[in-house]
Design a protein around this ligand. Sequence first.
Ligand code: G3I
Length: 294
Amino acid sequence: MTVSELEDTPNRVLTAREAGVITVGNELKWDATEPSRGQFTFTGGDRIWAGAVAAGQRVRGHTLVWHNQTPQWVQDLPADQLRQAMLDHIREVAGHYRGKVFAWDVVNEAFEENGSRRQSFWQQKLGDGYLAEAFRAARAADPDAKLYYNDYNIDGLGAKSDAVYELVRSFKQQGVPIDGVGLQGHLLLGGVPASLQQNLQRFADLGVDVAITELDVRMTLPADSTKLATQASDYGAVARSCLAVPRCVGITTWALSDKHSWIPSVFPGQGAALPFDEAFAPKPAYQALVTAFS
Ligand code: G3I
């Protein structure tokens, strides 16, 4: 949910009806919450939180430490100041929402496809240890929030999800606080990994929750009935995999309606990725979710 999605009344009504949990789409990212050093603004996040409360929804916080949507002033800091800025940011933002959000994506997208650490400014200046520092700071700021590591292309088994698995295993071994792994689930039509359920289960077996946090299934436009049927079976397969793993605690789509999807602007010619079309009519994917959940 973003402010513009909230202001779109039919979208707000639809989301209130269909979703028990929302994720704040952009308004809790660093560029929104601390545009200049020490100047914190929670206007957008507070609006979305209030909207969720009004709709009886719980809220996932997204995200405290990421390489995107982070202001240049952060990226330009020398290492010692960058570390302090990260700790201050987590303390203030997670502290503001203490007791209000039930989960945080503490660190987002810290790995490359081959499983090595992403060479972001975080990694280059602070080295491997910044992840553990971020999670410890988040626990201190909001002891009751579930702390997640969140990433894309870790839905199935593979080098990248192996690296996240190893991160979680080492955190557990060292006593670094982590409660969950978010598998974003930005999928291609027909591309649900066959190993999704096995992958969810292996994370759960480490003693963390798992969740599908940003699900969408994109296709080459225009949509047609064949593609929409494939998409429905994809959504159904994701839902059944999650339901088969007791510690898979939720499925969140990245917006509900194609009207508000990020896909067409980033992947020109692709879209129609969500369970409701641009006019808020349910698609076969929605029926597949209903069937899986009932
Ligand atoms: O706020 C500015 C606005 O002032 C300006 O006029 C406008 C012109 O481009 O840009 C607006 O910022 C945009 C922002 O969304 C808010 O709409 C950015 O350009 C745009 O890049 C940004 O895109 C967001 C993207 O993350 C950025 O990385 C998407 O909305 C958001 O859905 C997307 O979400 C990410 C998750 O956080 C992490 N996982 C992947 C997912 C999809 O990319």
